[in-house]
Design a protein around this ligand. Structure first.
Ligand code: NAD
Length: 297
């Protein structure tokens, strides 16, 4: 498929590379010229604006930081909607709020374009390996239409329901992830303070009822899991500021649904504290530093 790809950051660049590897032709655009050049070196064609990236293609993908960027890229001057042909599907893989996804779908529909929200999980590793999970909101027909292009970037494609439900799935999962990471950090720190070997404690948790991904794959205690960011100074991985953004989306969505998120709101404040301390770029498992003040966590 000839595809327009806009947003070549930590996630978008490896995703675009996988599309090229699978034989798709790409028109790419990003504000960062270096990011564009690196994709051009891999075989993509540079476009001078989102409008030009969306001209004469069969599908457009956006992978941008937040809803404001998506709005600008779609509806701004020289935006996607100014260049795209009727009937061409727009896929937004950014993590944004469900209400904005619905608004963008309505805007696209006015121009005669199907729109799906298709946020991902799997992180930069999954993006590079082409093993992302895509949570897709939109019509069943639109889901089928985007399946070939998504399958070049991910291995688990789930149709969640109508427009916006892909974002609902994403923010509910990350709400829980933010909470479980804080919980594991709390339990591991208490165990360490009470004198148990942290490897033994993690082993018990991981074969007991406290087991979860935050404990058995991404344990926040340094040295417990060699491949986890905790064992390399919390570098790489999923940034605290990105977790904070997702918890903000979840608490905002909860407010609009009149639904309490007691633990999510508390977790949001914990990650906010890390961010305010200037540690927002560290992996989100560095939340354990709040429990281990004065120690080399
Ligand atoms: P990033 O900041 O690395 O990349 C965003 C890219 O968008 C940058 O290259 C930036 O130059 C470009 N950009 C910003 N505004 C633009 C505009 N107006 N026009 C064109 N390009 C523009 O972010 P990322 O880590 O790639 O994340 C992208 C999205 O994916 C976010 O919504 C994030 O929440 C989500 N996400 C990230 C991860 C992760 O592990 N990094 C995992 C899952 C989902």
């Amino acid at each position: 498929m000839k595809t327009g790809f806009i947003g070549l950051g930590n996630m978008g660049a490896p995703m675009a590379r996988n599309l090229l590897k699978a034989g798709h032709a790409l028109n790419v655009f990003d504000l960062n010229a270096q990011a564009v050049q690196s994709l051009v070196d891999a075989g993509a064609k540079a476009a001078a604006s989102p409008k030009l990236a969306a001209t004469d293609v069969e599908c457009v993908i956006t992978m941008l930081p937040a809803a404001a960027h998506v709005r600008e890229v779609l509806a701004g001057k020289d935006g996607v909607l100014a260049g795209i042909a009727k009937g061409v599907t727009i896929i937004d893989s950014s993590t944004i709020d469900p209400q904005s996804a619905k608004a963008f779908a309505a805007l696209a529909a006015e121009h005669g374009n199907p729109f799906v929200d298709a946020p991902v999980s799997g992180g930069t590793g999954g993006a590079a390996a082409g093993t992302l999970t895509f949570m897709v909101g939109g019509s069943a027909a639109a889901f089928e239409a985007v399946r070939p292009v998504l399958s070049a970037m991910g291995k688990n494609l789930v149709h969640c329901g109508d427009t916006g439900t892909g974002q609902v799935a994403k923010i509910c999962n990350n709400l829980l992830l933010g909470i479980t990471m804080a919980g594991v950090a709390e339990a591991m720190s208490l165990g360490a303070a009470l004198g148990i070997d942290t490897g033994v404690l993690a082993g018990i948790i991981n074969t007991s009822t406290g087991r979860c991904w935050s404990s058995d794959t991404y344990n926040p205690f340094p040295g417990v899991i060699e491949t986890a960011p905790a064992s390399r100074g919390y570098t790489g991985g999923f940034g605290t500021d990105l977790m904070l953004k997702d918890l903000g989306l979840a608490t905002d969505a909860a407010r609009s649904a009149h639904q309490p998120v007691y633990l999510g709101a508390l977790a949001q404040q914990l990650y906010q504290t890390m961010s305010s301390r200037g540690e927002g770029r560290l992996d989100f498992s560095s939340i354990i530093k709040l429990y281990r003040t004065g120690e080399d966590a």
